[in-house]
Design a protein around this ligand. Structure first.
Ligand SMILES: Nc1nc2c(ncn2[C@@H]2O[C@H](COP(=O)(O)OP(=O)(O)OP(=O)(O)O)[C@@H](O)[C@H]2O)c(=O)[nH]1
Length: 318
């Protein structure tokens, strides 16, 4: 059974007081670790595996992650606060991308360590642009992800040598984010970079994001999964209404697209695709919230929202 998601807006004063008063074991470590890299290298997959629960959405489509998302993992002797960032975007220069890039740069100045994620055996100009943003005085660990895609492992050593000349990486970790053993190993490698200190969050907290936010993200993930590359990445999801009745959550959501053609893509033949998207989203929400969900989904066309700074703020972007 997946543990119920505990989000911080549900934090009661007594829970907060309990954490404040609980003695911190000697040598306890607590720190923030940013996960950065170009789009599609596996940052969100890594974050979810490190947290042990799906707090950041993933898809094969680049630029799925749009917001900074915090994922928390607490052990007996350490609390890791991971910050997933949107993949740094260099190809387009619209307001949405400027906002995403700001989120990456501001995160990097406020953390104890950085996991710079690339694909094992591949380092291109887009990776270099992200590396250029990494401050020299913050410990940076190179994560060469998707090791399972490297067929000739002998090429790896010269690749890692080449990489170590590019930056003073504290560690170079070739791994597969989808392999649990690699995740356990990475937690051990990261631990010494967390400063000694008391935990900031409760031991069961998994994220600082609200259920509303997570529900919108889950639906957005399904939209991208089911429409593939045909749908521009600017489509987004808004939660219009949220009602709770006992354990039941009633969620009314709107998928916002730029054109009528995009709306048709999501609806599909006789509404089949929208039905599939909504069903999968509802099942994921039920798993995450550990309770029944009634989900109603609408689609609205609003062109140009992603190119306009005021529009972005209205839809929750920084
Ligand atoms: N084979 C393999 N695939 C992986 C691994 N890690 C991630 N992936 C896949 O790579 C794709 C992209 O993963 P994401 O976690 O969404 O990547 P991201 O870097 O967060 O992407 P953005 O949101 O675009 O910044 C997904 O299809 C993942 O399933 C891995 O270690 N091995």
């Amino acid at each position: 059974m997946i543990p119920a998601l505990r989000v911080l807006h549900e934090f009661t004063e007594s829970a907060a007081a309990h954490i404040m008063n609980a003695p911190t074991p000697p040598g306890f470590r607590c720190g923030m670790v940013a996960i950065v890299g170009r789009p599609n290298v596996g940052k969100s997959t890594l974050m979810n595996a490190l947290v042990g629960q799906k707090v950041s959405i993933t898809s094969r489509k680049a630029q799925t992650t749009r917001h900074r998302i915090t994922g928390i993992h607490t052990l007996d002797d350490a609390q890791y606060i991971f910050v997933d960032t949107p993949g740094f975007q260099t190809k387009h220069s619209g307001a949405l991308n400027r906002s995403l890039n700001r989120a990456v740069t501001s995160t990097l100045t406020a953390v104890d360590a950085i996991l710079f994620v690339i694909e094992a055996g591949r380092f291109g100009p887009d990776d270099q642009k992200v590396l250029d943003l990494i401050p020299n005085d913050t410990p940076c660990l190179l994560i060469a992800n998707k090791l399972d895609h490297v067929s000739d492992k002998e090429t790896l050593f010269p690749f890692m040598q080449k990489m170590s000349a590019l930056h003073d990486f504290k560690e170079i970790v070739p791994m597969t984010a989808k392999h649990p053993d690699d995740i356990t190993r990475l937690m051990t490698v990261v631990k010494p970079y967390l400063p000694e200190g008391s935990p900031i969050y409760g031991e069961d907290d998994l994220t600082d994001r609200s259920e509303r936010f997570l529900a919108a993200e889950i639906l957005r993930e399904k939209v991208f999964r089911w429409t593939g590359d045909e749908l521009p990445y600017t489509s987004t999801v808004l939660i219009d209404k949220w009602e709770t009745e006992g354990r039941l959550r009633r969620i009314f959501a709107t998928i916002l697209v730029e054109r009528d053609t995009h709306k048709a893509m999501i609806i599909g033949q006789k509404g089949a695709k929208l039905k599939q998207i909504s069903t999968e989203a509802r099942l994921d929400m039920e798993k995450l919230f550990d309770g029944p969900v009634y989900l109603e989904t609408f689609i609205k066309v609003k062109s140009g929202w992603a190119d306009n700074e005021a529009g972005l703020r209205a839809y929750g972007y920084e």
